[in-house]
Ligand binder design. Structure first.
Ligand code: PEP
Ligand code: MN
Length: 267
């Protein structure tokens, strides 16, 4: 169902008036984690002003340690909804547990499946049973084929509203948090009709590298980007080192425009 032959013209999604796929470059931006209503609203207003289309923010956060911060939960979802109502930006947020799909679905416009859950097949089936768009991030140690099979789990339940997101894979390199697989972008275009996004924030783990990887991904033909932005990255609860400041995000949006235009994408 997710193979190119099933829908050679490509999948186009409409998320509350925001087009994904079909010649647009969709920008999702926001903090790693919703920390408070104030910081989220401030970020939402700014990224909207800079031309972002969708607001990102985690309410349920995966974490390597069971003792670190795991997000604000439903309170975070409520804050996301408020920011969405005020700015008009649709939202994307992660769901990690089959038991939370209904709750998260009451608030979000797009479900995010994180890298650690790419092979959580019961979760994939559960979001596949909804009729809400799902962004499926690539597993950090998954091949392109395994990633497409994971997407097939969602589609097999009847939900074809799927966005793929390359967020870097683990290699022997340690200077960067992950290694961004640029190959995956044209490869997915060859193999599937689904829109493909890039996450330069988690792919690099370093804000200094985010602009170059963003531009490379746009040049390679992505349908969209998901970028971490924080009002004060030094003070961020999560992923501060890879989060862009407002000023850096504004500059990046300016730099993206001519590259998007050069590959025929509307921003
Ligand atoms: C995130 O987007 O904040 C996140 C946790 O991403 P990933 O699942 O790609 O690590
Ligand atoms: Mn993050």
């Amino acid at each position: 169902l997710v193979g190119k032959a099933f829908r050679p013209e490509g999948t186009v999604l409409n998320v509350r008036g925001v087009q994904i796929g079909g010649g647009t470059l969709c920008v999702m931006a926001g903090p790693c984690t919703v920390e408070s209503a104030e910081m989220l609203l401030e970020t939402a207003r700014f990224v909207k002003k800079m031309g972002a289309h969708i607001l990102r923010g985690g309410a349920f956060k995966p974490s390597t340690s069971p003792y670190s911060f795991h997000g604000l939960g439903e309170e975070g979802l409520k804050i996301l909804q408020e920011a969405s109502l005020e700015t008009g930006l649709p939202i994307i947020t992660e769901v990690m547990d089959t038991r939370d799909v209904e709750l998260v679905g009451r608030y979000t416009d797009i479900f995010q499946i994180g890298t650690r859950n790419m092979t959580n097949f019961s979760l994939l089936r559960e979001v596949g049973n909804t009729r809400k768009p799902v962004m499926l991030k690539r597993g950090w140690a998954s091949t392109i084929e395994e990633w497409l099979q994971a997407a097939e789990y969602i589609a097999s339940q009847g939900n074809y509203e799927i966005i793929l997101c390359e967020r870097g894979i683990r290699t022997f390199e340690t200077y960067t948090r992950n290694t961004f697989d640029l190959n995956a972008i044209p490869a997915i275009k060859e193999l599937s009709h689904l829109p493909i996004f890039a996450d330069p924030s988690h792919a690099t783990g370093k804000r200094s590298l985010v602009p170059a990887i963003t531009l490379g991904a746009v040049a390679a033909g992505v349908d969209g980007l998901i970028i971490e932005v924080h009002p004060n990255p030094e003070k961020a609860v999560k992923d501060g080192p890879q989060s862009l400041s407002f000023e850096q995000f504004g500059q990046l949006m300016q730099a993206v425009r001519p590259v998007a235009e050069a590959v025929g994408k509307r921003l």
